[in-house]
Design a protein around this ligand. Structure first.
Ligand code: SAM
Length: 208
């Protein structure tokens, strides 16, 4: 999907998520559990520096912002940016396409966590690996990259999920397949938690 399509979706996004979540259907089955899982990995007493890739309407980002963490974010949709900026005036949110990596002004920042929910499936596996490799340079040694999304342990799980509601899957999306990502990044610690038939949380660390 392009930024213009997300601009059109921005106004109805939260409502559409709720409907898909309520029906336990792709793409937002277990949306709350996915966001809660990412939140629980990041939150804590200490204030952290967090980058959110594709923050959208800021459902998760705002919780972290309200907890007092330092929030940075990238999203290429002007309308999503408007909504999130109004909720988080002190956050550093920028309109930017993260398939190009990080913008120049973020390049010297070291983050405790780099998170992304329901956005990374717009990148091909090759683009995902390129992005992960680049943002690792901006991640603390004991930090983590955490992706909550439509995601699977392996290809068989994805094919099984796609059997359900065959007509609603989007052929242009590239869902996270944990064992593929782990094979492409053998020098990193990759962990996957399945949260529904079509979603889960992938955590990537430099070491245990
Ligand atoms: C489905 S929404 C998810 C929003 C939010 N993270 C959530 O969990 O509800 C995907 C968001 O990622 C943004 N996005 C998708 N691809 C992007 C890219 N290449 N660069 C920047 N933003 C992107 C879209 O504009 C949109 O706001």
């Amino acid at each position: 999907m392009r930024d213009s399509e997300f601009n059109l979706w921005a106004k109805d996004y939260d409502m559409d998520v709720k409907k898909s979540e309520r029906e336990n259907r792709y793409p937002f089955a277990a949306y709350k559990e996915v966001l809660d899982t990412v939140y629980s990995k990041v939150s804590g007493y200490e204030k952290k520096i967090i980058l959110d890739l594709g923050f959208g309407t800021g459902v998760l980002t705002k919780r972290l912002y309200d907890d007092g963490h330092k929030i940075y974010g990238l999203d290429f949709s002007e309308e999503m940016l408007k909504i999130s900026k109004s909720k988080m005036p002190e956050a550093i949110l920028k309109q930017f396409d993260f398939s190009k990596g990080l913008p120049e002004e973020f390049s010297n920042i070291i983050f405790d966590y780099i998170i992304s929910t329901y956005a990374i499936h717009h990148l091909t596996d090759e683009q995902k690996i390129k992005l992960i490799t680049e943002i690792l340079r901006n991640l603390k040694d004991d930090g983590a990259i955490i992706f909550g999304d439509v995601a699977f342990e392996n290809t068989e799980e994805m094919l099984k999920a796609k059997e359900k509601d065959k007509d609603i899957w989007d052929d242009e999306e590239h869902y996270i397949i944990s064992d593929k990502i782990a094979k492409l990044l053998p020098y990193l610690k990759v962990n996957f938690e399945k949260l529904s038939y079509c979603s889960g949380v992938l955590t990537i660390r430099k070491s245990d």
